[in-house]
Design a protein around this ligand. Structure first.
Ligand code: AMP
Length: 509
């Protein structure tokens, strides 16, 4: 048996050893030959530290190309890679370590003291990893274990063996560990390379974090499969991205990347001349952003939809119409269905219901949560995404929002996205979030949290008056609250749970 994912990613291919895999902001160039050699040395170190096939390697470190090599090393060693959001506090990380029982925890040097007792309690070894630089300084204990040379390491793993556990972002509840197999990741990367036409000629701007499926799997795995190169950035920095555009061919980003780019007058069609593809996902892209970006650059952003548990699920077409406000069609090999949230009946074209997905991309279940897994993943392989959606007669999928964000006011369903869409089209508004909070008469009352345009009057009545003609009474906000910015997590998702908590007492229920 070979190592299924390492093979798909072409980690040991010799025909492209000289080619550039990553151009790093510090000036270094990583060739494919180095990817093979360095990931192999990381794999050798993991084995030497006693990491056995199937063992979890939990990693909370700053983004660096070496951290990506640690991921690839874990794949080669047959381990299960478990990346953690760098924003989590040691207290939160403690939960993940206790839950996942890793053999090895790799953390930032500054977090070692706080995490040492947690690792000890869980029986895990603790090593630290900073951002490596050629300055002779100490960049953490892990590097001391990396041999200068190592014989080839490639632990055999089949398609169904686990390659990674990614904890869900927990925007609607407790974080759960999604178990992803070698084939979940390999099949999705192969599909996307075809669908989005990635080749060895691509140069992809990589400014996403690598603890999340988008930056770790979509951007990195796709580039490895295609043999292209990454313009590797520690984070999204507006100036750096603007400067990288000439000569780049593609970018993958969360919607906030695009709204920030739009604030810069240097974003012009000329600057984007070598670009062939801008991809957005992980949170809804405002239709307005789509239009503004096309006006500024001549490029229609390709919006796609996916999630931790199923990697990429749908995508707008490469050649056909990229429709603003939709996430396109199911990817090849991926099946979708929309069902009634109450009785599971199939919904017709254009009707809103719970979106379910089946395909080689769908995960193996939640780590140590067989009951939760059984609730959301049917024996036939249908996974209940938790997203409400419609599929139009033309086959385009529209995500209406998380099921848990659905508001039930006076017995009527209110879909926040519909109300947000009506508010966002007002000239005085940048964006909005519509939530339901406890209400003594209605069960839940509709509340709109609105970010006004700079200098626009903050007049709740102007908003409610504008909506009065457009949407049914039960959908209209009972209260409008103005804020300077919506609370977002690092992937750009609006934190509706936090908003609901903040305004829970608004109606005194
Ligand atoms: P995560 O598991 O953190 O990647 O979050 C997945 C969730 O993000 C999905 O279930 C959707 O609710 C949301 N999401 C991802 N991509 C999109 C998109 N293009 N449009 C709307 N929501 C999206």
């Amino acid at each position: 048996m070979t190592n299924h994912l390492a093979e798909a990613l072409g980690l040991t291919r010799t025909d492209r050893a000289e080619r550039i895999f990553a151009e790093i902001a510090d000036g270094r160039r990583y060739t494919y030959g180095e990817v093979d050699a360095v990931s192999n040395r990381f794999a050798a170190a993991l084995l030497a530290m006693g990491v056995a096939p199937g063992d979890r390697v939990a990693v909370q470190v700053d983004k660096s190309i070496e951290a990506l090599m640690l991921y690839l090393g874990a794949v080669r060693a047959g381990a299960v890679f478990l990346p953690l959001n760098t924003a989590y506090t040691p207290n939160e990380v403690a939960f993940f370590i206790e839950d996942a029982e890793p053999a090895l925890v790799v953390c930032r040097p500054a977090a070692a003291e706080a995490l040492a007792p947690v690792a000890t309690r869980a029986g895990a070894r603790l090593e630290t990893m900073g951002v490596w630089a050629a300055d002779g300084a100490d960049h953490g204990t892990l590097f001391r274990h990396i041999p200068d040379e190592a014989g080839p390491v490639m632990v055999a793993r089949g398609p169904d063996d686990l390659a990674a556990i990614l904890y869900t972002s927990g925007t609607t509840g407790r974080s759960k560990g999604a178990m992803l197999s070698h084939d979940n990741l390999a099949s999705n990367a192969l599909t996307l390379v075809d669908y989005w036409r990635f080749t060895a000629a691509d140069r992809l701007i990589h400014a996403l974090p690598i603890y999340h499926t988008h930056g770790l799997f979509v951007a990195s795995n796709v580039t490895l499969v295609a043999g292209g190169s990454l313009i590797w950035m520690a984070k999204f920095d507006l100036d750096a991205v603007i400067e990288a555009l000439p000569g780049a061919t593609a970018m993958m980003g969360v919607p906030t990347f695009y709204t920030r780019l739009l604030t810069d007058p240097r974003l012009t069609p000329e600057r984007c001349e070598t670009m062939r593809l801008f991809v957005a996902g992980s949170a809804p892209l405002l239709a307005e952003t789509h239009r503004q970006f096309e006006a500024a650059t001549g490029h229609a952003i390709l919006e796609r939809y996916g999630m931790t548990e199923a990697s990429m699920i749908t995508s707008n077409p490469y050649d056909g119409a990229r429709r603003a406000g939709t996430v396109g069609h199911p990817l090849p090999g991926v099946a979708l269905r929309v069902r009634d949230t109450e009785n599971g009946a199939p919904m017709g074209a254009g009707e809103i219901g719970m979106l379910e997905v089946r395909g080689p991309n769908v995960f193996k279940g939640y780590w140590k949560l067989p009951e939760k897994t059984a609730e959301e993943l049917s024996p036939e392989g249908w996974f209940v995404t938790g997203d409400l959606a419609t599929i139009g007669a033309d086959g385009y999928v529209q995500i209406v929002g998380r099921g848990k964000d659905l508001i039930i006011s006076g017995g009527f369903n209110v879909y926040p996205k519909e109300v947000e869409g009506e508010i966002d089209r007002l000239d005085s508004v940048v964006e909005s979030a519509v939530i339901g909070v406890p209400h003594p008469d209605f069960g839940e009352g509709v509340v709109a949290v609105v970010v006004p345009e700079a200098g626009a009057p903050r007049d709740p009545e102007a908003i409610t008056a504008a909506l009065a003609e457009r949407i049914a009474k039960f959908k209209q906000p009972k209260r409008v609250i103005f804020v300077d910015a919506l609370p977002r997590n690092t992937m750009g998702k609006v934190q509706k749970k936090a908003l609901r908590e903040e305004h829970a007492a608004l109606f005194g229920a």
